[in-house]
Ligand binder design. Structure first.
Ligand SMILES: [Mg+2]
Length: 239
């Protein structure tokens, strides 16, 4: 059995304007909104420099210089994630900004109809935000399995949790070579490599410099997930 782990932004859903909008709507980001709501702290951080960070580490950066301990912070993570989803619900009114990348959707449909392939999410987004975005982009209830941005302090630590979590969920023992990590950034490829997984870099994200992605030596570097090399690897019918 193979297991495919999908990144979300730029891999499954289009980022056209969306992630920028999330960051600056109403002069406040989902992170600063949540931290203000839960801890009463006002945060002044340039979130645009946090490319590749997972949500838990961004939230911790927002509060670590206050009197809040790491333990107290971790206890509040579910409430922070809830507040971030509330921000998305109330502030992000233009949900048309979130839509499925057609080739990713097509590929996923082929995967879902093929036996012997399990699939899930590997995302730096907290689960509430990941589900919010997937829902808006029409991937409702497709992903029952995933690893999310509140489960670890960084992406590599998060990826390392896949084996225990997937074995328990699918009742199947996955070895690194059974696992494919698909993403649009170097961070996805690095965390896939760190766990010995097969890696697929897909150039559907906003920043898809093939030279930069190629420097990480992904197993495949493709324009879209409907590339024949990807279809062949998973035993999917070429179209
Ligand atoms: Mg991405």
């Amino acid at each position: 059995m193979k297991l495919i782990l999908f990144d979300i932004d730029g891999t499954l859903i289009s980022q056209t304007g969306a992630s920028v909008f999330e960051m600056i709507a109403n002069g406040e980001s989902k992170f600063s909104f949540a931290v203000r709501k839960v801890f009463g702290l006002s945060v002044n951080i340039d979130f645009s420099t946090y490319n590749g960070y997972i949500d838990k580490s961004i939230l911790w950066d927002c509060v670590k210089n206050s009197s809040i301990t790491k333990e107290a912070f971790e206890k509040k993570l579910p409430v922070l994630a809830q507040a971030m989803a509330e921000y998305m619900d109330t502030i992000v009114t233009d949900t048309a900004l979130y839509h499925a990348i057609p080739t990713a959707r097509h590929f996923l449909d082929l995967v879902m109809n093929k036996s012997g392939i399990a699939y899930g999410i590997l995302s730096g987004n907290v689960q509430s935000i990941a589900e919010w975005k997937l829902d808006k982009a029409g991937y409702n209830h497709i992903f029952q399995f995933g690893l999310y941005g509140e489960e670890a302090d960084d992406r590599i630590e998060l990826a390392k949790k896949v084996f225990v979590k997937a074995d328990a969920f699918f009742h199947e023992q996955f070895s690194p070579k059974d696992v494919s990590v698909i993403g649009d950034t170097v961070h996805d490829i690095r965390c896939g490599k760190a766990i010995g997984a097969h890696t697929i870099a897909v150039m559907t994200g906003r920043h898809h410099d093939p030279v930069v992605l190629n420097a990480e030596h992904p197993d495949f570097l493709v324009d879209t997930l409907m590339d024949n090399s990807v279809l062949d690897y998973f035993g999917l019918k070429r179209v």
